[in-house]
Every structure is written in C-alpha cells, then in structure tokens.
Ligand binder design. Structure first.
Ligand code: ZN
Length: 360
C-alpha cells in the first residue's frame, strides 16, 4: 500500500500528504476536545495546524522553484507530521546554487511572517507576545510566531535541516565537496549530541530531533562519499556481465524459473539483439496475479526505461538509478546490451574499493 495521499499538483509538482499526518490531526483534535470540550476549539486547533502546514508547503515550494531556476527538477513534495520534504532529483553541483536553494525555504517563512506582521500592524490587532501560546491567542499572531520558529529551527546548522545544507555550501566554496560535507556532518552530529543531552533533562521531543539529525548527518556524508568514490570510473568496470535476458514473447513462467534459479531481480527484455524493455520482479508478481503465468513478458514489462552507456561514469549511472527509483539499468554499448548495473552491485563495488584502499 502507498502511504501518501496526493492532495494536488501545483506549478507542475505533485503534493502528497503522508498517512501519519492524519494521526497528528486526530491527536490535535482529541487533545483540544479533552482540554476545552468544544467543537469550536477543535476547529480552530485543527485549522491552525492546517495553516501552519500551508506555510510548510510554501517553504518547500521555495526550495523547489529555486532549484527549478537552476535546472533541477523536483519529483514531489510530501508532508509528514514533522515537516515537509521536497524531493529534488539531485543537489545542484555549484555550492552557490545549493546555498540559494537551501536558503529559499526559510526565506519564504520570513516573508510570510513579515506579511502577517504588516497585516497585524495595519489592523492594530497585535497583542503582547506574552498572551500568545501554542493553543491560545490571536490566530494570525500565532501563525506569525510559528513561522519565525520554523525559520529558527530550519537554520540549525545540521543535516537534514536547511541550515546543514547552507553550512555545507559555504564550506564547499572554500574546500573540496566531500570534506565540506564531512565537516558539516560532524558539526551537525555535535548539535545532535547537544540536543539529546538537553533533551534528557528537559523535553523528550528534543531526543527525537537529536536522533533524526544524527541519522540525517550520517546519511548525507555516506551519500557524498559514495558519489566521490564513483566519479571517474566507467560503468563497464562495475557492471554485471553474467546475467539472464528474456524475450518479449516468452511466458512469465520462464521469468519465474529465472528468479528461482538465480539472484537476479530485474531482466532485460531483448528482441533481435535490441533491448525493448525491462522486466522487474514487481512486474512479474503483478503480471502473475493479473494474468497468470501464461502471460507474455511484453504484456507486463516496463517499456519506459532508463539505460546506461558502458563508457558513462558510474557516478552518472548512480544518479540515474536514484532519479528513476529503479533497481537495474541495462548497459549498452553501440546499441548492444553488454551488461547490467544495479544499486547492489554499485554498493559492492564501493565496498571492494574501500577494502582495497585500507589494505594498501
Ligand atoms: Zn527547508
């Protein structure tokens, strides 16, 4: 089952709501009901959360539209109870571009807060800040304050927060990208440790954030190390050359036999020496369920697929694998199938390289 619900497409980007988001709404509604026992309180409480998440969506659009300016597409925007994520297809190569993309999100919240501030000033509805709390006080003023809190939170210089990316891009203007990332990741983990420590004595929620930041930092630095380990190495050095191909007219039962007799997940579909599709494990199972094992491969295979060239750099093939969210790319040379490249086998390649490096 898919855990995200599409709520719409704006500026060509699909916006999804993660199912756990409804848990948050439910939790807010119930806690308002328990505290104040009135429908009006529940409506205003839930309304506030929705307005807050509206600000988060605009924040994500800040990233996505700035990235678009630099030619980087955004796959989608998903809202989780802890915030939003704009899945950019890649991180811009230029540190200066990454800087602006990361900064654009918090900048949107500054603009929202400023607009609300102007509105409050014009209508002279500003209340003293001390009368504002998470649940009480003027709706607009609360929204302004929480937007400013979002800015502060996002600017914490730790991955996966925007502040971490801003820090890395600033470092990367002065040093090599991999070192910039590992310095930024260490600073982030230092912050995570600090949060965790303070959280132990104060708010358990901080412990949760600490955990999230720690993992984010580790992931980011692993990804970048992976990218640098792959640059300058052609696909042909790491591709699988022992593999099974299948014909479009073959029945699915043949594919099932291949799956059972080997460890291959996806099969290139070849007709007259040309790759015409990719048959994934997912295709096979869906096909078996829908049509039975007599169905032809051509009926269920992916006809839209991404390929790699054997002379291309592994780094590029890796980026393609990530972009398409697929597991296997057929590798061609002069239009002939010469191998397969998969995430697993890139992972193996890196492990071997690093073992050789430490052995040397
Ligand atoms: Zn952001």
């Amino acid at each position: 089952m898919k855990w995200s619900w599409k709520i719409g497409t704006f500026a060509g980007i699909d916006v999804y709501l993660h199912t756990t988001f409804f848990l948050l709404i439910g939790w807010i509604a119930i806690s308002y009901w328990i505290a104040q026992n009135s429908i009006a309180a529940v409506v205003s409480g839930v309304g506030f959360i929705l307005a807050l998440f509206g600000s988060v969506v605009l924040h994500e659009y800040g990233h996505a539209l700035t990235a678009r300016k630099y030619g980087v597409k955004t796959r989608d925007i998903t809202l989780y109870p802890i915030g939003g994520v704009a899945s950019l297809e890649r991180i811009p190569d230029e540190p200066r571009q990454e800087f602006w993309v990361a900064l654009a999100g918090p900048a949107v919240n500054v603009v929202i807060a400023a607009v609300l501030f102007i509105w409050l000033s014009i209508t002279s509805a500003m209340e003293p800040l001390s009368s504002i709390s998470l649940t009480g006080g003027s709706f607009i003023e609360r929204l302004m304050v929480t937007n400013l809190i979002l800015v502060g939170f996002n600017l914490i210089p730790a991955f996966p927060m925007d502040g971490g990316r801003i820090l890395r891009s600033l470092l990367a203007m002065r040093m090599e990208y991999t070192s910039a990332t590992s310095v930024a990741a260490s600073i982030g983990q230092g912050f995570a440790f600090l949060f965790g420590f303070i959280g132990l004595f104060t708010n358990p929620f901080l412990l949760f954030i600490a955990f999230f930041v720690w993992i984010g930092a580790a992931n980011e630095s692993r990804m970048v190390q992976m990218k640098s380990a792959l640059s300058g190495i052609p696909v042909s050095r790491a591709m699988l050359t022992h593999y099974q191909a299948i014909g479009p007219e073959e029945p699915l039962s043949n594919a099932v036999e291949h799956i059972l007799s080997g460890s291959q997940q996806d099969f290139p579909v070849v007709e007259d020496g040309k790759v015409v599709g990719v048959l994934t494990k997912g295709n096979i199972f869906r096909g078996l369920k829908q049509y039975g094992d007599g169905a032809k491969v051509a009926q269920v295979m992916e006809k839209d697929f991404v390929i790699a060239d054997s002379h291309e750099m592994l780094e590029t093939a890796f980026a393609h694998l990530q972009d398409c969210g697929c597991h296997t790319l057929p590798v061609l040379h002069q239009n002939q199938l010469v191998g397969l490249v998969t995430m697993d086998n890139i992972g193996e390649f890196i492990r071997i390289q690093s073992t050789l490096k430490t052995a040397a």
